[in-house]
Structures are given as C-alpha cells and as structure tokens.
Design a protein around this ligand. Structure first.
Ligand code: ADP
Ligand code: MG
Length: 246
C-alpha cells in the first residue's frame, strides 16, 4: 500500500471569539480515503474546526491547507475549495419551497452549469444512493428528519466533493431515525469517501472510523485508531466521556 496522502492539513490553527480561545494551536491532518471521527464535549471547538475548514468561520492564525492550497478569503480559490468540501449540518437546512429533487439539483445547475435534464438525472441517481428516490418530488415538510438528512447528504454529494464534513448529522434526529442516516454514511465510507465526522455515536466511531480524535477545550487531546482509542483511552477525562456516550 502507498503511504496515505493528507488531503486536509491544519497547522497551529488558532481561533478566538473575543477573549475566549476556542482553537488552541490545532495541528493535524486528514488523509485521502480515511474516515476521521471527532468526539469531545460540547463547546470544545469541534464545529469551529469544521467551519474553519470551509471558511464559514475564519481562523485567526495558523494554516489550513486543502489539497495543498491554503484556505483564505480569496473568492475564486474559496469557491473551488467549497466545491471540493461537502458539508452536512445537524440542522439539515433544506430549501423548504423546493422538492427533494430540486434541492439536490440546484447547486449543480448553478455552480456546475449542468442543464436541467442532466442535473435532474444526476440528482435522482444520488437520491437513489441514499434510498430517497421514491420521495424525489416531496417537499421537506413531507419528509421525516432522517429522510431530510439523507436528502441533505445527497445535496452535498451533488457537487462531487473530494471530502465530506459531517457536524453531528444525527444529533437532531429522533432515535429511530439515527441508523438510516448512519447507514448512508457507512456506505459512503465503504465507497472510499474521505470523511471528517463530528458525532456522539460511539458505535459508528468504533466500526467505521480509521481514526478517532478527542477534542478537549480547543486542543486535540488524543488521536488514535478506534481499537486503540476505545481500549486504551489515554486519560481519565476521555474514559469518562466515552463512558457517558456509550
Ligand atoms: P463544539 O462544536 O465542540 O460544541 P463549538 O466549536 O461550536 O464547539 O464552540 C466552541 C466554543 O466557541 C463554545 O464556547 C461556543 O460558545 C463558542 N462559539 C462558537 N461559535 C461562536 C460565535 N460565532 N461567537 C461566539 N462564540 C462562539
Ligand atoms: Mg458543534
């Protein structure tokens, strides 16, 4: 096997909100084809790191590289990078006045300049991939939370991203809908997608992750393959956290 190539690199990334430092010299990398799961207490900076990768939240210092290119405010670079980085949020944020199909087809039409027929065909194929093709004409209000989140995943995939960021994608769902979303994510991982997943789903982390990172107060306190991470969690804080989540 060839050595893993880092697709996203963070070097000494710092971010504060006012006097509150939320990211403290975060340095890490996310390799092509790997699934990295980020866990940690609420407020530890997990979302801020994902948002900084997408420049939804500019970092104060340090460097974030996507495929070797720094994340900055340069609009052309940023637009290209945002096409390469798909993001799925806790709140699915589908457009309420559009069908599932149109939600998925919109960005390819606008940003990849596909014609309606081609965009719709591709959108339908993506909805099939997440098990939602039979609901293509429905509006978000006609869908359950789990179904909406699966449409949101298809929508992110429609830009043909190289990496997918998931920020607690199942945290807003009723318990009975969590698995259908995790199943879609598991399939994506099996297909070789590079993924960074913030989640409290320890089962998913154990089964699917190549690496588990533990965030503690703005720092990466532990970073290990899941078997090692869960069998030997490093310190008592991590052990206690895992205990609460499992
Ligand atoms: P996590 O995702 O691990 O729960 P976040 O990255 O969302 O943590 O937030 C880390 C800290 O930064 C929290 O204390 C949060 O209140 C604060 N924070 C996040 N976003 C903002 C913001 N836009 N303005 C001020 N404080 C923020
Ligand atoms: Mg968060």
């Amino acid at each position: 096997m060839s050595a893993p190539t880092p697709y996203i690199v963070a070097e000494n990334v710092c971010k504060s909100f006012g006097t509150h430092q939320v990211l403290k010299d975060v340095s890490t990398h996310f390799n092509t084809g790997e699934v990295s799961v980020i866990i940690g207490a609420s407020g530890s900076g997990k979302s801020t790191l994902l948002r900084a990768i997408n420049r939804l939240e500019p970092h104060d210092s340090g460097t974030i590289l996507i495929a070797g290119v720094p994340v900055t405010d340069d609009p052309r670079t940023l637009q290209k990078q945002r096409c390469e980085v798909g993001m799925v949020f806790q709140q699915f944020n589908l457009f309420g006045h559009m069908s599932a199909l149109d939600n998925v087809a919109l960005a390819p039409r606008r940003l990849r300049h596909l014609g309606r027929t081609e965009a719709n065909e591709q959108a339908l194929a993506l909805l099939r991939r997440v098990g939602m093709h039979e609901h293509a004409q429905k509006y978000p209000w006609q869908l359950s939370g789990g179904q909406q989140q699966r449409v949101a995943i298809a929508r992110a995939l429609a830009m043909q991203p190289k990496v997918m960021l998931f920020d607690e994608p199942t945290s807003a769902l009723d318990p009975e809908m969590v698995q259908e979303v995790l199943d879609v994510m598991r399939e994506l991982a099996r297909g070789g997608m590079t993924m960074i997943v913030v989640t409290h789903e320890m089962g998913f982390a154990r089964e699917v992750a190549d690496r588990v990172l533990f965030f503690d107060k703005g720092r990466i306190a532990h970073d290990a393959p899941p078997a090692e991470f869960f069998n030997n969690p490093g310190n008592e804080r991590i052990r206690a956290f895992i205990g609460r989540m499992s």
